[in-house]
Ligand binder design. Sequence first.
Ligand code: ASP
Ligand code: MG
Length: 410
Amino acid sequence: MGSPERIRNVAKRVAKWARAGHQMVVVPSAMSGETNRLLGLAKELAPTKPDDAYGRELDALAATGEQASSALLAIALQAEGMPAVSYAGWQVTIKTNNAYTKARIESIDDERVRADLDAGKVVIITGFQGMDDGGNVTTLGRGGSDTSAVAIAAALKAHECLIYTDVDGVYTTDPRVVPEARRLKTVSFEEMLEMASMGSKVLQIRSVEFAGKYKVPLRVLSSFTDWNIDINEEAKSGTLISFEEDENMEQAIVSGIAFNRDEAKISVLGVPDTPGIAYQILGAVADANIEVDVIIQNISKDGKTDFSFTVHRNDYAKVMDLLNTKVLPALGAQEVVGDAKICKVSIVGIGMRSHVGIASKMFRVLSEEGINIQMISTSEIKTSVVIDEKYMELAVRALHKAFDLDQPIA
Ligand code: ASP
Ligand code: MG
């Protein structure tokens, strides 16, 4: 939605689908750069205070980006001879809680939308926003239009939710790190959830959670193709995020390599091994509203143990300070050490459920590259390692190759 020309293109594409007999609800994002521009204006007027001091007004402000693009799209559709109507979230109504700048959708009233669809109109609903119980405009957090689209698709029991974006799908890993990375034709929503939570920033993670919960088939596809491409071809393009493990799913054991550079590792050494230490350490971190990722506790020796975990790199200094000033003295632990130059690399795949030896293959590949593993964590469909940040690209490339992700699936 970058320019009038781009909006006209979107209108032509939507009209193509509508003329092929589909009832269409479109959820536009703001024109590109607009949300940043608006929030930048606010920052100029209130440079020092944290964002949440002005939450209500920031949301009222940022929500206008999508209101403008939605109305413009309706105008463009009408100009194409396609009946269309645009609504802001509060007009629908899309009800959210009152957590400004990160609100969550609670309910969607589909009455008005259905009536318009039945009357043959394309319905356009602003992404990224809703209204709380008090009638205030709220927004869903950056990238929230994805979540709006999935939630609306769920409420209307849509056949499929198509997310047109600036990449043409979900890849086996980031093509900027591994040029041989391949686009996946399908990926399960569980795999997508793991990949999205580890920095594959194709979709807002909450939209994937929503899709899984309400079983909305989701397709990520490029908004940069010619609007006029064959509709059947377009319908099969991109990546389908599927909630069914059907026979059509690609049969790879590992579907992708995810990585996250923004982590830091912290170890509390010489902790007395008694009930409640995990709670004393991590409870304090949680109380400070800081998310913890990988957690490891060693077996104890002479009644003492070591306790390690990772946090977002932005929280590193805060956690070190918290541990040194509050937790360490209370615990009687010996020392806190940390490293903010680590990263996490993960292999993800639902095939790992039913295959043994996948994690050990990962460890072998890393050892052959001389990469030291600092921490390991696993889930049913994922194995993650924490390694020195400087080996991240090497590790991702080696794993991508070792698991044949650069080879087309037979
Ligand atoms: N315009 C909002 C943002 O930039 C929402 C979105 O694009 O999904 O975060
Ligand atoms: Mg977006």
